[in-house]
Design a protein around this ligand. Structure first.
Ligand SMILES: [Zn+2]
Length: 303
């Protein structure tokens, strides 16, 4: 099944990737992740609450992997942080990463995954990694090692989920409006948006009363829906360019900018929390092979 995409296909052939840009800055990622984990209190095992500060800090790790001095890792990792909807071959979301790579290949020699991005697949794959980590934890809940593994995987999942809720991670106009045939103008808007959570502190204003994380089924379709909601905010965001510049210059934030930041913050928190909850619920029924069950006394034992 193919999911129709939003937006128009543009004939842009030479875009540079967003590899130097982060969605939300490291502070923003930590604030959103912490809020998401706190929202899940009572739904998930207690160790996630106890280690929530560590989990929040670990949520910046995927950005650390985009390090110029680690070029192979950066090359593999960077496309997982964005999806330029306008460049999707055929204008459709394929269901798997392999299908995406095949469709990009078929669309011609000028485009690679580094131009298109692979963010929704990073989200779904991270959710399933966490499902596996939770299933292992359920076998031996007292294991600090298995708890730590779940913390890392939950943190990575939160990172990709939060990137997806930053609208500039879903578009060729990721740092200023792209001009046909040209790379991004790098206007600086991306960084200005990244800093909004740290500057406006929406966590002080947003209430989650009546809003609960929910299990996302079917998972892939729910991820694409969230990405489309985020992408639908790109034009609104460009309408706030002057407000962003004024804020950078030391001015007061406009009420529209505040409300945009609150809405995106709320979406990122709920989406991250819902994905972690989905992994926890799915992990209950996940079958593990005998050879993969955690060993209470790990080590190689004679057969
Ligand atoms: Zn990122």
């Amino acid at each position: 099944m193919k999911t129709p995409r939003v937006g128009l296909v543009l004939g842009i052939v030479a875009l540079s990737s967003t590899s130097l840009l982060r969605a939300w800055d490291s502070h923003g990622h930590q604030v959103v992740t912490l809020e998401a984990v706190e929202l899940l209190a009572g739904e998930l095992p207690e160790f996630l609450q106890e280690d929530r500060n560590q989990l929040a800090w670990d949520s910046i790790e995927p950005d650390l992997m985009r390090n110029d001095a680690l070029p192979h890792l950066r090359d593999r990792e960077a496309p997982d942080h964005y999806l330029n909807v306008e460049l999707l071959p055929g204008g459709e979301f394929p269901e798997t990463r392999a299908e995406l790579l095949r469709s990009i290949d078929r669309s011609g020699p000028d485009k690679g995954v580094e131009q298109v991005g692979a963010l929704p697949f990073a989200v779904v794959e991270a959710t399933q990694r966490l499902t596996l980590a939770f299933a292992l934890y359920r076998q031996q809940p007292s294991s600090r090692h298995l708890q730590a593994k779940a913390i890392i995987y939950a943190a990575h999942l939160a990172h990709y989920a939060e990137d997806l809720c930053q609208p500039l991670h879903t578009t060729i106009h990721y740092d200023g409006r792209a001009i046909e045939g040209r790379s991004s103008p790098h206007s600086g808007i991306h960084q200005q948006v990244d800093r909004l959570i740290g500057r406006l502190e929406p966590q002080e204003e947003v209430s989650f009363e009546g809003l609960e994380p929910r299990e996302l089924e079917p998972l892939f379709a729910a991820v694409i829906e969230e990405l489309e909601r985020s992408h639908s905010q790109v034009e609104r965001l460009y309408g706030l360019e002057e407000d962003l510049v004024a804020l950078e210059a030391g001015g007061e934030p406009s009420s529209e900018l505040r409300s945009f930041t609150r809405e995106r913050f709320r979406a990122a928190v709920l989406f991250s929390a819902s994905l972690i909850l989905t992994a926890w619920q799915d992990s209950e029924a996940l079958h593990l092979p005998d050879w993969g069950l955690p060993d209470p006394a790990p080590g190689l034992h004679p057969r």
